[in-house]
Design a protein. Structure first.
Length: 248
């Protein structure tokens, strides 16, 4: 439950960043404005599709993280995620000085967007939301780092779904009320790098197991499966069963 609350809060705090990145897409949605009900249902379809993409990505990374957790590399995973976020911050800071590349995936996304924006039906809004969830985004990468550390497909998917729902209020305001004022966005957009840095540092500290309560707790060490009790096994990992040998 704490992880879901954290993901929901992360989504809410980063939603103004989402407004700046995804706001133009939300404003250009091919919505049916004949009634308030059709307008609201179309907006919800788009945002639920976006959250579903987040959940799918979170599930995949949670599944990938599970293998590392079972192998005893959870501390290295946490530190690695923190370092990747720090590198992402450096990239965002200096990307204007770096060469820009357009790979096949981004070209395919643009083509798919163009196709679905040309249609005006519920399926189009749903697909635009799904595609929107696949767009590169620094705040999504932060959330995905948390989903990876969760260690299971289910927990990773739920973490990212909660993150997507956290962005819903701001994204709804964009489509319903033509967005949030520019001055507010400028004031609060500075939170994004600070939030990224905070999460990165917390992930690194968690992986270092410094014995700091809640921030960097000591991780239990898995010993020989034949002598390890269930109380020492991290949550979410099945308790090892000792091999029984028959006496002659």
């Amino acid at each position: 439950m704490q992880a879901l609350v954290a993901a929901l809060s992360l989504g809410f705090l980063s939603s103004l960043h989402c407004v700046g990145m995804c706001g133009p897409i939300a404003l250009a949605l091919p919505l049916n404005r004949s009634s308030k009900l059709s307008l609201l249902s179309g907006i919800l379809l788009y945002n639920l599709g976006r959250s579903l993409s987040y959940a799918f990505l979170g599930g995949l990374l949670g599944l990938a993280g599970m293998g590392l957790l079972l192998s005893g590399y959870q501390q290295a995973l946490s530190v690695s995620m923190g370092i990747l976020l720090l590198l992402g911050l450096l990239y965002l800071r200096f990307r204007s000085r770096l060469p820009q590349f357009q790979n096949r995936f981004s070209r395919s996304l643009k083509s798919a967007f163009a196709h679905w924006f040309g249609r005006k039906d519920p399926a189009a809004l749903w697909m635009i939301g799904l595609l929107n969830g696949l767009l590169p985004c620094g705040m999504v990468y932060i959330a995905l780092a948390g989903a990876t550390v969760s260690g299971t497909f289910k927990e990773g998917a739920l973490f990212m779904a909660a993150f997507g729902l956290g962005t819903l209020p701001a994204m709804l305001s964009v489509s319903l009320f033509s967005g949030i004022s520019l001055s507010i966005r400028k004031k609060l957009s500075t939170l994004s790098p600070t939030l990224t840095l905070t999460v990165a540092v917390l992930l690194i500290l968690r992986g270092l197991s410094l014995g700091i309560p809640y921030v960097s707790p000591k991780q239990p060490q898995l010993s020989n499966p034949q002598t390890t009790g269930c109380h020492t096994v991290p949550q979410g990992i099945a308790c090892p069963v000792p091999n029984k040998t028959t006496q002659p």
